[in-house]
Design a protein around this ligand. Structure first.
Ligand SMILES: Cc1cc2nc3c(=O)[nH]c(=O)nc-3n(C[C@H](O)[C@H](O)[C@H](O)COP(=O)(O)OP(=O)(O)OC[C@H]3O[C@@H](n4cnc5c(N)ncnc54)[C@H](O)[C@@H]3O)c2cc1C
Ligand SMILES: *[C@@H]1O[C@H](CO)[C@@H](O)[C@H](O)[C@H]1NC(C)=O
Ligand SMILES: *[C@@H]1O[C@H](CO)[C@@H](O)[C@H](O)[C@H]1NC(C)=O
Ligand SMILES: *[C@@H]1O[C@H](CO)[C@@H](O)[C@H](O)[C@H]1NC(C)=O
Ligand SMILES: *[C@@H]1O[C@H](CO)[C@@H](O)[C@H](O)[C@H]1NC(C)=O
Ligand SMILES: *[C@@H]1O[C@H](CO)[C@@H](O)[C@H](O)[C@H]1NC(C)=O
Ligand SMILES: *[C@@H]1O[C@H](CO)[C@@H](O)[C@H](O)[C@H]1NC(C)=O
Ligand SMILES: *[C@@H]1O[C@H](CO)[C@@H](O)[C@H](O)[C@H]1NC(C)=O
Length: 505
């Protein structure tokens, strides 16, 4: 199965490269539509889809974006007390997988180099100290075992035969490997290696797909970029790299900001997109790049409703949530490493702490952050800021029993799960989701409606580079439609996803 997916990918890439740029650029939409292509959403996928259309000579497109700026889940803000403000990243923060020698480069790294983004290397497993309910306690050895256990999980996951064996969860995988965390320390190190990346638990995650995903990004032997993670510390925000890229080709008239899409009507003749203020915009084609969470929650409606095979695919993939909780203090009283773990008796309780107030990062910023994920993100989004701040301070007091911890000078966390423009942070592949579901998730519906965005990436779902590659792919496919006068090469889909073998009672 893996080989099949790879072949499809290679074939698609080859088809894209083979496309010739026409001698006359397409500047007018076909028939009587307002524009040729509507790109719905101005995140990485939307901007890169637009760039791809432009490179194919199509400049009659518009990006429709609900927020007042481009970037989507690359989102930063100024944080801190007056006179001591730092740019923090509410969404994406790392370039995950970089480049080894002149091997394949993560395209986000390429953009970072091109636009001079300031980054610092994160050292997840060496620049770290550990705490539990009694304060500072060294269980780094357990952490290193958890890293090994995870590597073993991806290797054994790859040894399974996906064409023959049904997928199972990563919890099944860990248990078969004899890794059964019971103590708070064993639970937090597993959390750090697993949940802190996928934003969901091993129980909620596909063994096969998560092993693939890890390899395709981080394992050079499997075509990955590198094992490294570069943290953006650029005071213009991580989003600067994609906004600067947009500046290289995008004209103001091609972007409609502060415009929320409510309805997408689609037919053989084209699309009509209705905005929240009642305005209709018509086009020959639409590419939606909304998050999986938006598609799952009917924040945008389709007319006619999407076919069942599409709805089933959308509802069967998972939208995870990853939440960073920022605190700023007058003076630094915490660890001098980049990271710290806190082992609570409850797995997932304010487990990972990250210091930004560090030489080479944001020294003297006074900023430390905690991360929670999954159900714990949903839980805190329902609480008040004051309640969450108090819980976080209680954890810090437990970690530093001999320090009197003052009130923070600033406190903030974003609510991605409740936000109707996102409904979570990024997608995750559950064990009940099989490859044909994903094929259906990506597929166009009719010739006019195309789907792009992070979740549509088979190899890199969840990542910025997944959004980037899907933006190119959708841009190339729609360019083909335009240049061939509506003769689109549709993506495959199947009406129903069958069992490998029937369930028998
Ligand atoms: C907290 C967090 C941490 C992350 N960390 C990393 C990381 O370190 N590294 C990494 O590689 N990836 C990370 N990611 C994932 C990465 O940010 C995403 O994969 C990527 O940004 C998705 O891009 P996209 O274009 O597919 O979607 P989006 O960025 O979501 O773009 C879609 C756009 O559509 C807009 N929109 C939504 N609804 C409407 C509507 N009704 N009308 C009009 N516009 C609408 C949205 O405002 C948005 O701008 C993180 C994400 C989050 C949230
Ligand atoms: C078409 O657009 C491309 C990309 O901007 C440009 O390089 C090319 O010169 C244009 N061709 C014509 C015929 O205008
Ligand atoms: C979008 O809305 C914000 C907030 O109301 C406003 O500050 C900004 O000027 C608007 N931008 C555009 C391009 O309309
Ligand atoms: C990982 O696998 C190796 C080789 O089979 C084994 O020696 C090691 O104990 C395993 N590590 C863990 C933590 O399970
Ligand atoms: C992931 O990479 C490892 C090591 O290179 C390999 O043994 C394993 O089969 C791969 N897993 C998958 C799911 O491809
Ligand atoms: C609705 O929003 C669009 C996009 O911003 C704008 O062009 C249009 O003038 C608005 N219409 C009304 C009625 O406000
Ligand atoms: C907008 O389009 C919808 C669906 O195509 C249609 O029902 C509606 O009447 C249109 N509204 C306007 C103001 O043209
Ligand atoms: C805190 O103080 C107690 C009592 O003085 C001492 O035993 C303990 O080692 C201290 N803990 C730390 C983490 O410094």
């Amino acid at each position: 199965m893996r080989r099949t997916i790879l072949q499809l990918f290679v074939a698609a890439a080859a088809a894209g490269i083979a496309l010739a740029v026409p001698s006359t650029n397409i500047t007018k939409p076909a028939a009587k539509h307002d524009t040729t292509v509507l790109i719905l959403g101005g995140g990485v996928a939307g901007i890169i889809a637009a760039r791809t259309l432009h490179e194919n000579g199509i400049d009659n497109f518009r990006i429709i974006e609900a927020r007042g700026e481009l970037g989507g889940r690359m989102r930063s803000m100024e944080f801190g007390a007056t006179g001591r403000r730092t740019t923090i990243e509410l969404g994406a923060n790392w370039i995950q997988g970089t480049q080894v020698g002149d091997g394949p480069a993560n395209p986000i790294l390429t953009l970072a180099r091109k636009h001079g983004l300031k980054t610092a290397e994160s050292d997840f497993y060496e620049s770290i100290v550990t705490y539990d309910r009694t304060g500072s306690v060294d269980y780094l050895e357990a952490l290193h075992d958890a890293v090994d256990a995870y590597t073993n999980l991806t290797v054994v996951g790859g040894g399974r035969v996906p064409t023959k064996q049904v997928d199972t969860t990563c919890r099944t995988g860990y248990s078969l490997l004899g890794v059964k965390p019971r103590t708070p320390e064993e639970m937090v190190v597993e959390y750090y290696v697993f949940d802190w990346e996928y934003a969901q638990t091993p129980e909620q995650t596909s063994w096969i797909a998560s092993s693939w995903a890890n390899n395709f990004t981080f394992d050079v032997e499997q075509g990955g970029f590198s094992e490294d993670n570069l943290l953006s510390i650029d005071q213009r925000g991580f989003k600067y790299l994609i906004q600067a890229e947009a500046q290289t080709f995008l004209l103001p008239a091609q972007t409609v900001l502060n415009a929320t899409v409510r309805t997408i009507a689609h037919s053989d003749n084209g699309v009509v997109v209705t905005l929240a203020n009642g305005t209709n915009i018509t086009a020959d084609y639409a590419i939606t790049t909304f998050s999986l969470g938006v598609l799952q929650n009917d924040d945008v409606s389709f007319e006619p409703a999407l076919p069942m095979w599409k709805q089933e695919a959308i509802q069967s993939m998972s939208m995870a949530t990853y939440t960073k909780i920022f605190l700023q203090f007058e003076e630094k009283f915490w660890f001098d490493t980049q990271f710290a773990l806190y082992a609570d008796t409850e797995r997932g309780w304010y487990p990972v702490w990250q210091s930004l107030d560090l030489e080479g990062f944001m020294p003297d910023s006074g900023v430390v952050m905690a991360t929670v994920t999954g159900d714990y993100s949903e839980r805190i989004e329902a609480l008040s800021d004051a309640q969450v701040q108090e819980e976080a301070l209680t954890v810090l007091r437990t970690m530093f029993p001999n320090t009197t911890i003052p009130a923070p000078t600033a406190f903030f966390f974003p609510r991605w799960y409740s936000d109707p423009l996102y409904r979570g942070s990024y997608s995750n592949w559950p064990a009940s989701f099989v490859s044909p579901h994903h094929t259906n998730l990506r597929a166009n519906v009719g010739k006019r409606l195309w789907f792009s965005g992070e979740a549509m990436s088979q190899k890199y779902f969840g990542f910025l580079h997944g959004a980037y590659f899907e933006g190119i792919d959708a841009g190339e496919r729609v360019s083909q439609c335009v240049h061939r006068g509506g003769e689109c090469k549709s993506l495959p889909f199947q009406e129903s996803v069958p069992n490998a073998s029937p369930y028998i009672i």
